[in-house]
Write a protein that binds this ligand. Structure first.
Ligand SMILES: Cc1cc2nc3c(=O)[nH]c(=O)nc-3n(C[C@H](O)[C@H](O)[C@H](O)COP(=O)(O)OP(=O)(O)OC[C@H]3O[C@@H](n4cnc5c(N)ncnc54)[C@H](O)[C@@H]3O)c2cc1C
Length: 455
């Protein structure tokens, strides 16, 4: 099969590239080793929509995060990806940290972000009354926001599939060869595919795919980030994203609401050896509890709903590892800001591939199910329930997920294949009880028609 483009990896970056390329008359295949779209690092991050105010000026990352922010801020509401513009407060807890403010403001201005401003301690506590004692002041970054990490890659992939993208899940790429006649041969899952262009968006394994073509420019060292999610009752105690003043080695621990109505604390930053080491550690969680309790002491009085771990694709370089070589695009080392930058990375890759671009006459109209707590969910909509009673039948009581939403997820263009996929499409199984109540019923629904009363 001869394709115009094959993309390796369906994280938020690969899915964004697939969406961008299928806006044109191109045959695109998206290959994902795992069972689902967005199930790698893209599902386990802090899910902030960054403005890029604190990026290193002059880097490709700085440019693409700023542009990505613009693109995603416009795209998200148009397709139903929940975004909340809470703004961020970068708080100084000692004089040394306050001394860093001028440099951070300078950096922000160099990155083209000028809405940043300093607040005194009185104003900080007025804005964020539950902060622990000792805040000396803060930098306010009013445009930082929260976004749904699950819906974003799924929206990109769904739009791509509706526009004709050949999405193959469970298709690990095991070999890649540049053909003498031009183009590439890609060995994956059910056989090999030839393509005129090849995009490597393999996240933590982008260095390994790059080496298949002789690349030696970078090595990915996974950097583990552990996070704690607190119960929804804690949500009124945190209004903004509360950022730390970064150090040489890390951005520090933040406290932030989530679009699902929880509060999270994290992430840690620790280099690990294995690319699948998503285990949490007693030391990491203890550190986060201490930091969380210092920043917003009331948090420690709430139950922990979940703990999760994401691995950043860190490399020996300070910037994204994106390069173009005769029809090949390496899109590696997308460490800490890839969700925010995803649409801009896609635009950049589209241009770098030097394809003839003829826009498709028809674009799919996309409407993703809303997972955001700040927007109406089906169980709250009397009209919807009156027209379809399945939206009134709750399966997951912690997250108020209805049978109608689960039915819709199974009928969607990129349906879930496991419980984790169903969770990321509906919120089922991610609440207080972590599936204790609904787990058995969800498992039956997943097992297929006939095993449960699947509507
Ligand atoms: C703790 C933490 C916090 C973060 N916070 C934020 C944040 O607040 N805001 C933000 O913008 N970004 C944040 N990020 C960064 C963001 O999550 C990443 O930059 C982004 O998810 C990277 O996406 P990706 O598509 O490159 O990688 P991935 O999501 O890892 O996707 C790569 C995919 O490639 C597949 N793959 C690998 N090898 C092969 C192969 N041989 N064949 C086929 N498929 C293959 C994998 O299975 C995977 O699905 C954070 C990251 C972490 C870890």
């Amino acid at each position: 099969m001869n394709r115009d483009v094959v993309i390796v990896g369906a994280g938020v970056v690969g899915a964004a590239i697939a969406r961008e390329l299928t806006r044109y008359e191109l045959d695109v295949t998206l290959l994902e080793a795992g069972p689902d779209v967005g199930a790698g690092t893209s599902k386990a991050n802090t899910a902030l929509l960054h403005t890029g105010f604190d990026a290193k000026p002059g880097t490709l990352e700085a440019r693409l995060v700023a542009r990505g922010y613009e693109l995603l801020s416009e795209y998200a509401p148009s397709v139903g990806i929940p975004v909340e513009r809470t703004g961020a407060l970068l708080v100084a807890w000692d004089e040394r940290q306050r001394g860093e403010f001028d440099g951070i403001v300078e950096r922000s201005l160099a990155n083209g972000y000028s809405a940043i401003r300093e607040l005194d301690a009185g104003e900080v506590y007025r804005r964020e009354p539950n902060l622990g004692p000792g805040a000396l002041g803060a930098l306010e970054v009013p445009d930082e926001g929260l976004i749904c990490p699950f819906t974003t890659p799924l929206a990109f992939a769904t739009e791509a599939v509706l526009a004709g993208c050949d999405l193959r899940r469970g298709a690990p790429v095991t070999g890649v060869e540049r053909l003498a006649s031009g183009g590439f041969r890609v060995d994956a899952g059910r056989g090999s595919i030839t393509a005129r262009r090849l995009v490597n968006a393999a996240g933590l394994r982008s260095d390994e795919v790059d080496r298949m073509l002789g690349g030696e420019n970078f090595t990915v060292t996974p950097r583990r980030g552990e996070l704690i999610v607190f119960d929804k009752l804690s949500r009124p105690f945190v209004r903004h994203i509360v950022l730390a003043v970064p150090t040489q080695v890390s951005k520090g621990v933040l406290v932030a609401p989530t679009v699902f109505g929880n509060v999270m604390v994290g992430p840690t930053a620790e280099d690990v050896e294995r690319k699948d080491d998503t285990s949490s550690t007693a030391a990491g969680l203890e550190y986060l509890r201490t930091e969380g309790g210092r920043i917003v002491p009331a948090l420690l009085g709430f139950e922990v709903t979940a703990v999760y771990v994401g691995l950043r694709a860190a490399t020996e370089h300070a910037d994204f590892q994106i390069r173009f070589e005769e029809g090949y695009a390496c899109v590696g080392g997308i460490r800490s800001t890839g969700l925010s930058a995803s649409m801009a990375i896609a635009e950049h890759v589209r241009d770098g591939l030097e394809l003839e671009l003829r826009p498709r006459a028809e674009r799919p109209r996309l409407s993703m199910p809303n997972l955001g707590e700040a927007f109406p969910r089906p169980y709250q909509q009397a009209d919807l329930i009156a027209s379809d009673s399945e939206y009134g039948r709750i399966v997951c009581f912690c997250e108020r997920v209805t049978r109608g939403e689960i039915r819709d997820a199974f009928a969607s263009p990129v349906p879930p294949v496991d419980l984790d996929g169903l969770r990321r499409r509906t919120r089922a199984h991610m609440g207080r009880c972590q599936g204790f109540f609904c787990g058995a019923q969800l498992a039956e629904l997943l097992a297929g028609p006939g095993t449960a009363d699947r509507a």
